[in-house]
Design a protein. Structure first.
Length: 84
């Protein structure tokens, strides 16, 4: 049995929720709306950011989104994975 066998769907969901909350917190601290952030990472609508921030219907940010968001918000990518 390796360490990956201990990972559960709950662990993954909690991780996505944590990431979404951290993105929201850093976005708000920079004074950006969801639409402004969406457009800054190359999306025309707010959908990806609004849904991923709250993990709506299981939607979440992928690594490309997170890398772009970190660049726009001028934060290290790691901050999205930290405990609140």
């Amino acid at each position: 049995m390796n360490d990956c066998d201990d990972l559960t769907d709950d662990f993954t969901k909690e991780l996505y929720v944590k990431i979404g909350k951290n993105v929201k917190r850093h976005r708000e601290s920079k004074g950006l709306t969801q639409l402004q952030l969406s457009q800054a990472i190359g999306h025309k609508s707010v959908t990806i950011v609004s849904r991923a921030e709250i993990c709506y219907k299981g939607q979440h940010f992928n690594i490309e989104h997170l890398a772009k968001i970190a660049h726009v918000l001028e934060v290290d990518l790691c901050v999205f994975f930290q405990e609140l």
